[in-house]
Design a protein around this ligand. Structure first.
Ligand code: SF4
Ligand code: SF4
Length: 191
């Protein structure tokens, strides 16, 4: 009974509408609304390559959305195990926008300051090098070996482009979210 009360207290019935509203900006309302049609058949899980190697079960996120289990959904570490390969989205018999919904829930989580330290590290690389995965000596050597220029024609070759990358992340507010999340996580560590 106490457990039941706890679950009811933590439920946010508006969570599914929040996902639909946020996702509609990018994918359209009709597409996002199909989240409500998920019947937990498991077809998405059956074809998921990440699910074969990790505990990630994509359908659980749709159920949590339907039940309003927002905290549980946003703080689920496995949410980040999806590779966004779109296999599930192509196979869903109810045409739920599965992969897009995962991406929207991740965005909501990030916006609320929930991010893995490894994701924050990747963001720092983007700000510093203009690449989420900067080139290293091994990759440079491999490129040369197969007849490519040592550096790709990106910010690596044109470092002056880094200012433009940083202008984009600043103007979109992305850098601010990352910095605030980093600060919040540092403060939490020092508590
Ligand atoms: S395949 Fe579609 S309907 Fe079935 S569980 Fe996955 S999202 Fe839900
Ligand atoms: S998009 Fe994500 S959840 Fe869907 S099949 Fe691919 S890895 Fe699995």
């Amino acid at each position: 009974m106490v457990e039941d009360q706890k679950i009811i207290k933590e439920t946010d019935p508006k969570f599914i509408e929040e996902i639909i509203e946020y996702g509609s900006k990018f994918f359209g309302k009709e597409e996002m609304e199909r989240l409500k049609a998920c019947i937990q058949c498991g077809t998405c899980v059956g074809g998921c390559p990440s699910g074969r190697r990790a505990a990630w079960r994509v359908k659980s996120i749709f159920r949590k959305a339907q039940l309003g289990l927002k905290d549980d959904a946003l703080n689920d570490d496995e949410l980040w195990d999806c590779t966004t390969c779109f296999t599930c989205q192509e196979r869903c018999p109810r045409k739920v926008s599965t992969t897009d919904t995962v991406r929207v829930v991740r965005n909501i989580a990030f916006r609320e300051g929930i991010a893995q330290p490894r994701h924050l590290a990747v963001c720092s690389y983007l700000f510093k090098f203009g690449h989420a995965v900067p080139i290293n000596d091994e990759t440079k050597a491999t490129r040369k070996k197969i007849g490519l220029k040592e550096l790709p024609a990106t910010v690596h070759m044109f470092p002056e482009g880094l200012d433009e990358v940083n202008k984009i992340v600043e103007e979109t507010g992305f850098k601010k979210i990352v910095e605030e999340t980093q600060k919040a996580q540092e403060a939490k560590k020092n508590e």
